[in-house]
Ligand binder design. Structure first.
Ligand SMILES: O=C(O)CCC(=O)C(=O)O
Ligand SMILES: [Fe+2]
Length: 235
């Protein structure tokens, strides 16, 4: 099945409910093992990337990540534009709940136009590589004034064979409550959708906002690679 068809066949109502209730929706098997295997070697092709970050240098964690340069590899570009429309609908529902203008555009091209107008022109999709002992501190991926509220991460490695530990972690800070952690084990090709910064939370008095940060727990052994899709571009 084509990637676009896999995305169209996703149960987006269930994904939306999972995002509401838990702050994360898992799309199992979004990429095939072959697609994952095709992406992983790109990490070594320096010219594919616009920048390389050694996480320890900035105290972001330990490991390396690289932002793709334009033009994005075909699978990455297709994932970004095909995942966007259903997420745009969810983002607009969230905006309404927050009493904001539900003005996220229908198409990803229009979101990129909006980013460009705000001076955000650098592509943000990235690949991350962690080895034994590496980790990614809890953080948020905000790269400018325009920030689309949802993002995706796709597991390229196979946790059955390639690594242990290194779980994707989402931590929610709810007003006046202690933090809640959510850990979802991602298999190879699985995608997790999660909030960039905040999500609506139902309270007795209507909707409030909880704040989210995500990261990766310490990799016990092996090598773990992921593909991150952030929908807004960076300044
Ligand atoms: O490697 C991961 O699972 C997390 C990557 C990440 O922080 C991101 O995609 O924004
Ligand atoms: Fe991130």
């Amino acid at each position: 099945m084509r990637l676009e068809d896999r995305i169209a066949k996703t149960d987006w109502a269930a994904a939306s409910t999972a995002l509401d209730e838990r702050g994360m929706a898992k799309l199992p098997g979004l990429l095939t093992a072959e697609e994952c295997a095709g992406l992983k070697p790109l990490f070594e092709e320096r010219e594919m990337f616009r920048s390389r970050i050694d996480m320890a240098r900035y105290s972001y964690g330990e490991g390396v990540y690289q932002y793709f340069a334009s033009p994005l590899p075909e699978v990455v570009a297709r994932l970004r534009s095909a995942l966007y429309p259903p997420l745009g609908l969810i983002a607009n529902e969230w905006a309404e709940r927050f009493g904001e203008d539900p003005a996220w555009p229908e198409d990803h091209v229009e979101l990129l136009d909006r980013c460009r107008a705000a001076g955000q022109t650098k592509p943000t999709p990235l690949m991350l590589k962690y080895k034994s002992g590496d980790y990614n501190c809890l953080h948020q991926d905000l790269y400018g004034e325009v920030h689309f509220p949802l993002q995706a991460v796709i597991m390229l490695s196979d946790p059955e064979k390639d690594f242990s530990g290194g779980e994707f972690v989402l931590v929610e800070n709810r007003p006046r409550l202690q933090s809640r952690a959510y850990v979802v084990r991602l298999g190879q090709g699985d995608c997790a959708i999660f909030p960039v910064r905040e999500k609506p939370r139902a309270t007795k008095r209507g909707w409030s906002k909880s704040q989210l940060r995500h990261g990766v727990s310490i990799v016990e052994d092996g090598e773990r690679m992921t593909l991150g899709i952030i929908f807004h571009d960076a300044a």
